[in-house]
Design a protein around this ligand. Structure first.
Ligand SMILES: *[C@@H]1O[C@H](CO)[C@@H](O)[C@H](O)[C@H]1NC(C)=O
Length: 449
């Protein structure tokens, strides 16, 4: 091992691995360290044995669940938007060669006591059971407007100004009802509360466009998911980094972080086989757990992982996202349910993984806060459910003073758009230039149906 690098990266979560890969490809000399003996940190996928050790320590694994190694269970459930930025990064870096993807069968929103498909095309809008006859026309007009909107063509704007008019004003222009606004904002634009309604409409419209374009790409839903779980993603990017000369050290503890008198990062002290070792670099990228003194937390996310025999879906879907909006459940924040199973090779035949997540509100115990989701899933006892609470950490400073660049925790959203925002933001701060991605061409990215 050398003594000097261009960048030291601590933690092998997805954000860190993507950055490690991108910087290695550019010729930077990267040293990548993790204290754990596996890749992925919070974005790892665990087998059944590991799942029990983490969440039910000392408890014997339920033998009726099948073989431990047939499970790859995510700690943080997220799906890829087919047309989203992570897909672009995967294509840009060729990491698509190491990971295989499969579509998610459905995108649902809970209404009138059951999950209903989220209509994303004009055809689906007019046939949807979610809304009444007259509302169908209005939704169709809205989706048509979104699809045809062109920034440089005023004729397509319908007199709306996306940087000034609020999203609510845009909805009102099309005469949309509250219930319709609710599923557009929460199940298509994927906001998990209603604050966006009073903000300028541009971001919401862009999110709806991303949703519709992602659905248009493969048809069933806007979402993709890797075979064998999300843990495949950090591993794929680590492999990219290693191909371009990155050095990886797992099971390695950072004994001390070294700073100069002004508090600027200098390097780390490691202990290897009982010997102290100093490695230097002008910059460090790390997940929040490596610098607890430099991060703060405002919210907590609850995530529960359940192994279930049956899915609450009517048309043979084997995977889906179901959103229970705050309006439906009397909460401020939405509840997300991610359903995946043997088709995506994360559970044995006949078993499925249901991951429920939301932002914690107040101090009622988690199983009460997520009651409506458990009811929908038919879960009454919790012997096959694993519960975890995690803080959402964010760096206090941007790293310009101390050269310590810290990623954000993976939030409660059900897709990777906020993770890739963080990747691009850190990339800009570390290199001083924006990340340029080659544009996704039709047919460059394939996912199984
Ligand atoms: C991806 O593959 C293409 C074609 O083989 C190659 O030109 C390009 O350099 C590769 N990109 C990376 C980041 O390895």
């Amino acid at each position: 091992m050398d003594e000097e690098y261009d960048v030291i990266v601590l933690g092998t979560g997805l954000t860190e691995c993507v950055l490690s890969g991108l910087l290695s490809v550019e010729g930077k000399k990267v040293l990548h360290i993790d204290r754990q003996d596996y890749y992925g940190g919070e974005s790892a996928s665990l087998n059944l044995q590991q799942l029990y050790e983490k969440f039910k320590p000392g408890k014997e694994v339920d033998a009726s669940l099948g073989r431990s190694r047939d499970y790859c269970v995510d700690l943080i459930p997220k799906f890829l938007m087919a047309n989203g930025e992570l897909t672009n990064i995967l294509v840009h870096t060729n990491v698509t060669r190491y990971v295989e993807f499969k579509q998610i069968d459905g995108s649902f929103v809970f209404r009138y006591g059951k999950p209903s498909k989220v209509p994303a095309t004009e055809y689906e809008a007019v046939t949807s059971s979610l809304i009444g006859l007259f509302e169908k026309r209005r939704l169709k007009n809205f989706l048509q407007w979104v699809a045809n909107y062109k920034e440089d063509d005023v004729a397509t704007h319908k007199g709306l100004k996306l940087d000034i008019d609020t999203t609510d004003a845009v909805y009102n222009k099309f005469g949309l009802e509250e219930g319709t606004k609710n599923f557009i904002g929460h199940a298509m634009a994927l906001y998990d509360n209603d604050e966006y309604l009073q903000q300028p409409a541009r971001e919401a419209v862009e999110r709806v466009v991303l949703y519709c374009q992602s659905v248009a790409r493969y048809g069933k839903s806007p979402y993709l998911y890797p075979l064998y779980g999300l843990g495949e993603l950090p591993q794929g990017f680590s492999r990219l980094s290693a191909i371009y000369g990155g050095t990886f050290m797992l099971s390695t503890k950072v004994e001390q972080v070294l700073y100069d008198e002004a508090g600027v990062f200098q390097g780390v002290k490691l202990s290897l086989d009982g010997e102290e070792h100093v490695v230097k670099a002008p910059q460090v990228i790390a997940d929040p757990t490596y610098f607890p003194e430099k991060v703060s937390s405002s919210e907590k996310v609850i995530r529960t992982i359940s192994i279930v025999d049956q899915l609450p879906l009517k048309n043979g879907e084997t995977s889906a996202q179901i959103i229970l909006t705050g309006k439906e459940t009397g909460r401020k924040n939405d509840i997300y349910i991610a359903l995946i199973g043997s088709e995506h090779k994360v559970a044995p035949q006949g078993k499925n993984i249901a991951i429920v997540s939301s932002i914690i509100e107040g101090d009622k115990p988690p199983h009460i806060q997520l009651e409506s989701a458990f009811k929908l899933l038919g879960i009454k006892a919790f012997d096959r459910t694993f519960m975890g609470l995690s803080d959402l950490f964010a760096p206090i400073e941007d790293g310009s003073k101390d050269n310590v660049y810290i990623s954000k925790s993976y939030d409660a959203t059900s897709h990777f758009e906020s993770v890739t925002e963080d990747v691009k933001d850190i990339y800009f701060r570390v290199t001083g230039k924006p990340l340029k991605l080659t544009k996704l061409e039709e047919g460059e990215f394939n996912a199984q149906a």
